[in-house]
Ligand binder design. Sequence first.
Ligand code: TYD
Length: 140
Amino acid sequence: MSNSDSMAIPEIIKLPRILDDRGNLSIIEELIHVPFKIKRTYWIYDVPGGERRGGHAYKKHREFIVALSGSFDVILHDGKKEFRFNLNRSYYGLYVPPMFWREMDNFSTNALALVVADDSYDEDEYIRDFEEFTQKRYGE
Ligand code: TYD
């Protein structure tokens, strides 16, 4: 994993893989494979074809997203530029820093998105208006 300075930008992180004829195993340990302590885990599943998730930014929360099964895209926007990540392996995850507008789309059938987060759910952490997000990010 890179040093803490680079943690202000989104990053694909490769997780360990313990390959085994009986089936493979991967791991996420806080502060080792993700650059934060893990407070909360949730998952997104049964997404109907063509649906989108997200449409918000977090003020301070950091997250790490893994496609445990199937595939989907995570689109991150810094207010100026858009970055699209296709997640399709259970041993790669996307680190999402605070203050990135985030959407998820292109879910395959049976896609399962695991999200680990550094803090508890708090609706006050959300910015759900893109204009407000860009204003807050760049102080315009
Ligand atoms: P939201 O984060 O907006 O979903 P997504 O970004 O995937 O579209 O959350 C959807 C709803 O679920 C919202 O009403 C808040 C609730 N929720 C919780 O109660 N706890 C949680 O940890 C999360 C992530 C969401």
